[in-house]
Design a protein around this ligand. Structure first.
Ligand SMILES: Nc1ncnc2c1ncn2[C@@H]1O[C@H](COP(=O)(O)OP(=O)(O)OP(=O)(O)O)[C@@H](O)[C@H]1O
Ligand SMILES: [Mg+2]
Length: 440
């Protein structure tokens, strides 16, 4: 049986396509009635092994490579001809130099550049500032830097500067002496001491209040701290990696972040790209996280309806990779065999085509749009319409798209339900696969 074309696969999309084909093969085999069960099991096992191999290959291929051998490239060459190396060659070079970045996906040029900078910065003690939108992998990158550094067997201590109340920040970072303030019942060491000889990751550094910024500057300059309420000076040897989703340069120009601290923290500055800047990688990420979720949830890999796949490939992902990953876990958890719009969170779920058409029809609309309601009564009617639609979708989901069963379950007239479905542009057949897969 020919499962796939053995020509080397080079692009993310091809990998995703290949994995999809293997998934189709696996599900076809699973339900095949012509083969004996042992043969089905055998072929399924082979397909699973092949899938795992492709995932492994995809993982390895995509996430490593490099500009030129570290330090060997002339600066001029790197500046003048950076585009000469393909993403594949850059990854390959990183891999050959044993740079560890397990779990960091992508061959977007900006991401590769960030990885190449991280590779060079990792074995030094220079402070690194990582910026990027929420969910772009800043913490992951901080861990990559730590893992590839000389301190990798020492502690990696993470502090979320945005989550600590101002009054506790100093004690949290530098520790306190017993009795230093109300509630300080014992001596306590802070995060900097815990991270001694290792790395401290200062997350959301842009949230650090100005008083904390002054203290931090002192640690960076003198490599020593003082616990709150103590005169004793303690030397700390800690590598600092900071992250932010704010524009610290602008903040320092505006006076909300100390400029001297900004320059000290950003000796090495790494910027991670938003997912919308690397859209071509979305298919692979959908396949990868779908697979990862299936593994974790111990279920069959999820299938997506064409319209949901299309949505996932074109969605903006304001929460970046974290949002995509969470979405795939959510879909895998909530859907049966096949996921559809109904399994998306309500706030990002596209409105059914019929409903949009009705809304677009202006005055003739039988369904009112809550976001454009111009009076209280219209808003009430819109809210009622939305509740009606959600009720119908959930009901259809539960009964696997069978209108007759829905009518029985809720003691409603079948033709009334049909009329409501038409009003909302809902197609009961869109809900049919789910029930079969749920095994309800
Ligand atoms: N390049 C990547 N490849 C694979 N997974 C990634 C990548 N970047 C991020 N992730 C995953 O996305 C999730 C969010 O990553 P992370 O916590 O590092 O983001 P962040 O930038 O620190 O987010 P926030 O600003 O919200 O704290 C994690 O589950 C992480 O493993
Ligand atoms: Mg983070």
């Amino acid at each position: 049986m020919k499962l796939y074309n053995p020509t080397p696969v080079t692009s993310a999309v091809s990998f995703a396509g290949l994995i999809e084909r293997i998934e189709i093969l696996r599900s076809t085999l699973r339900w095949s009635s012509r083969l004996e069960r042992p043969d089905i099991e055998k072929l399924l096992k082979q397909a699973t092994t092949l899938r795992d191999e492709v995932m492994g290959l995809s993982h390895k291929e995509r996430f490593v490579a490099a500009a030129s051998a570290a330090g060997e490239a002339e600066v001029e060459e790197a500046v003048v001809e950076p585009v000469e190396m393909s993403a594949r060659e850059r990854r390959q070079a990183l891999m050959e130099r044993s740079f560890i970045f397990e779990g960091t996906f992508g061959d977007n040029p900006k991401l590769l550049e960030a990885l190449e900078i991280a590779e060079k910065a990792a074995p030094t003690d220079l402070p690194v500032l990582i910026d990027g939108e929420s969910g772009t992998g800043k913490e992951l990158m901080a861990k990559v830097i730590h893992a590839n550094g000389l301190r990798n067997d020492k502690p990696f201590i993470s502090v979320n500067c945005g989550a600590i109340p101002d009054s506790l920040l100093e004690s949290e970072l530098f520790g306190h002496k017993k009795g230093a303030f109300t509630g300080a019942a014992n001596d306590r060491r802070g995060k900097f001491e815990s991270a001694h000889t290792g790395t401290i990751f200062l997350d959301e550094i842009g949230e650090l209040p100005l008083t904390g910024q002054v203290k931090l500057l002192r640690v960076l300059e003198a490599h020593e701290i003082q616990r709150v309420g103590s005169d004793e000076v303690i030397a700390v040897d800690t590598r600092i990696v900071a992250a932010t989703n704010k524009d610290l340069r602008r903040m320092s120009q505006e006076g909300t972040f100390r400029e001297d601290l900004f320059y000290r923290l950003s000796v090495i500055h790494v910027t991670l790209p938003a997912l919308r800047e690397r859209r071509d990688e979305i298919p692979l990420l959908v396949a990868y996280f779908g697979d990862e979720a299936a593994g974790q949830l111990k279920r069959r890999p999820l299938k997506l309806t064409p319209r949901l796949r299309d949505f996932l490939l074109h969605y903006e992902y304001p929460g970046n990779i974290r949002e995509l990953r969470n979405l795939m876990y959510r879909l895998s958890c909530l859907a049966g065999d096949t996921a559809d719009f109904v399994h998306l969170p309500q706030d990002i779920r596209p409105r059914p085509a019929g409903l949009q058409a009705v809304a677009a029809a202006g005055g003739k609309a039988t369904v009112t749009d809550l976001s454009t309601a111009t009076s209280l009564s219209e808003a009430k009617r819109a809210a009622s319409d939305e509740a009606e639609r959600a009720f119908l979708e959930r009901g259809l989901q539960e009964v696997g798209g069978t209108v007759a069963e829905l009518a029985r379950r809720f003691d409603m007239n079948r033709s009334h339900i049909q009329m409501l479905l038409k009003k909302h542009g809902i197609h009961s057949k869109d809900f049919r696969n789910n029930r079969q897969a749920d095994g309800k």
